[in-house]
Write a protein that binds this ligand. Structure first.
Ligand code: SF4
Length: 370
C-alpha cells in the first residue's frame, strides 16, 4: 500500500504565510483551487475575504448537498483508556468513574436514540483493547445493523483485516483523527500508550479505506498548534485519500478543545472566526467532502453556520458511557458539550432556517459486495 507523506509542518506554515490577497482572489474564482488555493484561503491574507468565502462555501454546499443537514448521535461504549493524551478526560492518569457497557447496555442506549429518531449512530470508546475489542464491536454491530442506516465507530486504530471484519458485520464508517499533524506537538501531548506512534495513526485512514469501508472520517483537534497548518495538512490528507481510495467517502471534523477532566487548557486559541475560515476554505477546496460540526460548539455558532459549509451535525449528545439511560450522570464524560439541546430542538432550528434535518441518507440495500 502506498503511504501518505506529509511535508514538514513548518514548511506548511511557511507556504501559508507566503500567500497574498491575489492568491486568495484566484482561489475564490478558480473551478478547482487545488492545494495552493486552500493554503491561500486559510492564510491571514484571506481574513478580509471572509464574507466572500462564506458565500462561495454556501453556494457549493447547496449545489452538492441541497438543503439537507444529516443528524447523528454518539454512543459512548467505554471510557477505559490505556493512553495518556494530555487534553482528554479519558486519559489513563485521570481519576474518573470508569465503565464499559455490556452488550445489553449498549443496545439499550441505541434503542433510546432510535426512539428519538436517529438512524445514524457513532460508537465511541477510549482506546483499551482489553475492554473494547473487535469481537465486542462485531457483536454490537450484528445486534444493531438492521435497526440503523449507518453505524460509525471512533475507537482505537485497527488492522485492515479487522476493519474488513467489522464492515461485514455492519459498521459503515470509521472516524480516526490525527489530533495534530505536527509531529513535535504530537510527541508533547501523547504521553504514553500505543497512540504515541504518530505514523501508525496517520496510516489508519488508508487501512480503513483499503478494507472497503463506505466512509472514513479524518480531523484535527484544534487548539494544540497552528490551526492554519493543521488545515493544510487535512487538505493534503483528504486529497491523498481521494486519489488513492476513490470509492470511500471522506468526511472532515474540526473538534475544538473543550473543558475536560485534567483541566488541560488549549495551547493556541482558535476563535469561531478562525474555525469558520477553515470550514469555508475546505469546502471551497473540496465541494464533495462531508464536514462535521459537533456539539462541542455552542448553539449560537452551530445555528449561524447552517447552510454555510457543514453538512452533518451531532445532536442531543452525551459523552459518558450509559449517559442516555442515566441522564443525570456526568462523571466519566470525555468533555462537556457546548450545545445542550435535544435532537428535537436542533431539528427545529434547522427547519426554521429552511433546511431539512435528515436522519437517514443510506440503506444497506444499496450496498454491493466488494
Ligand atoms: S483522546 Fe482517545 S486515546 Fe487519548 S486519552 Fe482520550 S480516549 Fe484515550
Amino acid at each position: 500500500m502506498t503511504l501518505f507523506n506529509l511535508p514538514d509542518f513548518q514548511q506548511l506554515q511557511e507556504t501559508i504565510l507566503h500567500c497574498t490577497s491575489t492568491d486568495v482572489e484566484q482561489a475564490l474564482t478558480a473551478r478547482h483551487p487545488g492545494i495552493h488555493g486552500l493554503a491561500a484561503l486559510i492564510s491571514p491574507a484571506a481574513e478580509p475575504f471572509l464574507p466572500e468565502m462564506a458565500r462561495r462555501s454556501a453556494l457549493l454546499t447547496s449545489q452538492r448537498f441541497g438543503k439537507t443537514i444529516q443528524l447523528y448521535a454518539p454512543i459512548y461504549l467505554s471510557n477505559y483508556c490505556t493512553n495518556r493524551c494530555a487534553y482528554c478526560g479519558f486519559a489513563a492518569s485521570n481519576r474518573i468513574a470508569r465503565r464499559c457497557l455490556t452488550l445489553d447496555e449498549a443496545e439499550a442506549e441505541a434503542d433510546i436514540l432510535l426512539e428519538r429518531g436517529f438512524q445514524h449512530i457513532l460508537l465511541v470508546s477510549g482506546e483499551a483493547e482489553n475492554m473494547v475489542d473487535v469481537e465486542y464491536l462485531e457483536a454490537i454491530a450484528l445486534r444493531l445493523r438492521d435497526r440503523f442506516a449507518a453505524i460509525s465507530i471512533e475507537v482505537q486504530p485497527l488492522s485492515t483485516a479487522h476493519y474488513a471484519r467489522l464492515f461485514k458485520a455492519g459498521i459503515t464508517a470509521v472516524a480516526v483523527y490525527q489530533e495534530t499533524y505536527d509531529q513535535e506537538m504530537y510527541k508533547q501531548v501523547h504521553l504514553s500508550g500505543k497512540k504515541t506512534d504518530y505514523n501508525y495513526r496517520l496510516e489508519t485512514p488508508a487501512r480503513v479505506a483499503a478494507a472497503g469501508m463506505r466512509e472514513v472520517g479524518i480531523g484535527a483537534l484544534l487548539g494544540l498548534t497552528d490551526w492554519r497548518a493543521e488545515g493544510l495538512a487535512l487538505g493534503l490528507h483528504l486529497a491523498w485519500l481521494r486519489k488513492n481510495f476513490w470509492s470511500t467517502a471522506v468526511t472532515v471534523s474540526f473538534p475544538r478543545l473543550r473543558p475536560a477532566a485534567g483541566a488541560f487548557a488549549p495551547l493556541v486559541p482558535v476563535s469561531e472566526k478562525n474555525l469558520s475560515q477553515l470550514i469555508f476554505g475546505l469546502r471551497i477546496f473540496d465541494p464533495d467532502v462531508g464536514l462535521l460540526l459537533s456539539t462541542r460548539e455552542e448553539e449560537r455558532y452551530r445555528n449561524g453556520m447552517l447552510g454555510l459549509g457543514p453538512t452533518r451535525y451531532s445532536a442531543g449528545s452525551c459523552t459518558a458511557p450509559g449517559g442516555y439511560s442515566n441522564p443525570d450522570q456526568t462523571d466519566g464524560e470525555q468533555f462537556s458539550v457546548g450545545d445542550q439541546r435535544t435532537v428535537e430542538e436542533v431539528s427545529l432550528s434547522i427547519a426554521a432556517k429552511g433546511f431539512d434535518p435528515v436522519s437517514k441518507d443510506w440503506d444497506a440495500a444499496f450496498q454491493t459486495e466488494r
